[in-house]
Design a protein around this ligand. Structure first.
Ligand SMILES: Cc1cc2nc3c(=O)[nH]c(=O)nc-3n(C[C@H](O)[C@H](O)[C@H](O)COP(=O)(O)O)c2cc1C
Length: 428
């Protein structure tokens, strides 16, 4: 009797406990699945559709269009809820020197150019010319050789192959570059035939993959305790892909890959029909589009590029974005660099050099280059615009261009060219 009752009671207790366990497990599974779907931020979660809806809402606000997502207040300008993978944490996005940078320019921003620029600015970030990642894969390391005095310096890489970019990034970090940049905006035929540069804008996901491969490689190759930022340089659109929505999709995809610094040339690229030169003038500049990106992604560092020519414009831009990048203005008037440290970095180290003082330093640099076996015209060609805006500057320019390639030319020809300008005659 006792045994039978005991058996019945045991059965009842087991069934009750079993039921309790089943219910608890079920509840736990339901909760976990729910959490997985909603993501760490809660709410609708980190699915792309939510992120884009939120992003579009911000675009709508800025463009004066009704927000797509009515749950958002019209004043909600916080960052879209993009997923942020670990890469962002691995790399500081932005170095103080990136407040002002000299743009990457093929055939211009070589090592000699950067040594010339460094005489005038200690602070600015100086970019290299674009170097094909492929070249570094083939160990053409002479292409990225530089002198310590050029630092801080950012190496720009071109490729659409994440593996090659990763390898090239590793090599660049090991060489000591301060930062690495991916070219996703250059429209030259050569670059297009390699399927990189501006054409990459047609596949934002591929830019994201390239960025991630580079960020990971930079993190692994950086010396212990240091980090090397990786950024992307791009435009606001390409060909018919030039709507506000497209710009947000492009920047959002790069942001979502973890990138926290994008340099935006504020015009689109036309790949068919316009030369690279025309692509720097014909598509109109749209600074507002860049400001919209900055407003929508506040923790993204944004450097604006395109058509900026004066320090006053730089100062004005820096009230809206994090960095300014100048290209052609520096070719035309390299002396602009002399005021960068004072005007943009609040520099107090030493007075601004006069043009004549810069010229004297260039004579020294010329002698140094010659002692390294380099021809003087590699320096002189960067100095043709040094006196632009001064009376008789055409005489300086003409004297220099006529003499700089002559055999056995000495650095003092720079002083002669200046003399021609001051005396108003080429007969010096
Ligand atoms: C001669 C020259 C070469 C250039 N080469 C590159 C390059 O290698 N990589 C790149 O991203 N952009 C390149 N650019 C574009 C510049 O980096 C910059 O985006 C463009 O000139 C717009 O800026 P700006 O109006 O201040 O000149 C080049 C521009 C010039 C004038």
């Amino acid at each position: 009797m006792f045994c039978r009752n005991f058996a019945q009671q045991s059965l009842f207790v087991s069934l009750f406990v079993g039921l309790l366990v089943t219910l608890s497990v079920g509840l736990l599974v339901t909760l976990s699945v729910g959490l997985l779907i909603s993501g760490p931020s809660g709410g609708v979660g980190r699915t792309s559709s939510h992120n884009w809806a939120r992003c579009e809402a911000v675009v709508g606000n800025l463009a004066g269009i009704a927000p797509v997502n009515s749950e958002l207040s019209p004043n909600d300008m916080s960052a879209p809820n993009f997923a942020a993978p670990n890469f962002a944490a691995l790399s500081p996005s932005f170095l103080p020197s990136e407040r002002f940078s000299v743009a990457p320019m093929v055939d211009v921003t070589d090592s000699v150019f950067r040594r010339m620029a460094r005489v005038m600015t200690k602070q600015a970030m100086l970019y290299t010319e674009m170097i094909a990642a492929e070249a570094l894969v083939h160990e053409k390391y002479y292409l990225i050789a530089f002198k310590d005095e050029e630092l801080p310096c950012c190496l720009q890489l071109g490729s659409a192959d994440p593996k090659k970019l990763a390898l090239a990034t590793k090599v660049a970090v090991e060489h000591g570059y301060s930062a690495i940049n991916l070219n996703a905006g250059c429209p030259s035929d050569k670059v297009q035939s390699g399927n990189f540069g501006a054409i990459l804008m047609k596949t934002p996901e591929l830019i994201a993959q390239c960025y991630q491969a580079m960020a990971e490689a930079a993190a692994q190759a950086a010396p212990a305790g240091t980090t090397i930022p990786v950024s992307v340089k791009t435009r606001i659109g390409v060909d018919e892909l030039d709507s506000v929505d497209f710009t947000f999709k492009l920047m959002g995809t790069i942001y979502e890959a973890g990138c926290r610094h994008i340099i935006i040339h504020a015009r689109k690229a036309w790949l068919n029909g316009l030369s690279p030169k025309e692509n720097r003038t014909i598509p109109p500049l749209d600074y507002e589009r860049v400001y919209q990106i900055k407003a929508a992604f506040p923790d993204l560092k944004v450097t604006i590029n395109g058509g900026i020519t004066t320090m006053a414009q730089c100062q004005e831009q820096l009230t809206r974005v994090d960095g300014v990048m100048l290209g052609r203005a520096i070719i035309d008037n390299p002396y602009l660099l002399a005021t960068v440290d004072r005007d943009l970095y609040g520099g107090t180290q030493g007075a601004v050099l006069t043009r004549e003082q810069v010229l004297e330093r260039m004579v020294e640099l010329g002698a140094q280059l010659q002692s390294e076996g380099k021809a003087l015209h590699f320096l002189c060609r960067h100095l043709l615009g040094l006196f632009n805006g001064c009376a008789n500057s055409r005489l300086y320019r003409r004297y220099l261009s006529e003499h700089m390639t002559q055999k056995d030319v000495r650095p003092e020809i720079l002083l002669k060219a200046h003399q021609a300008m001051v005396q108003g005659t080429l007969d010096v």
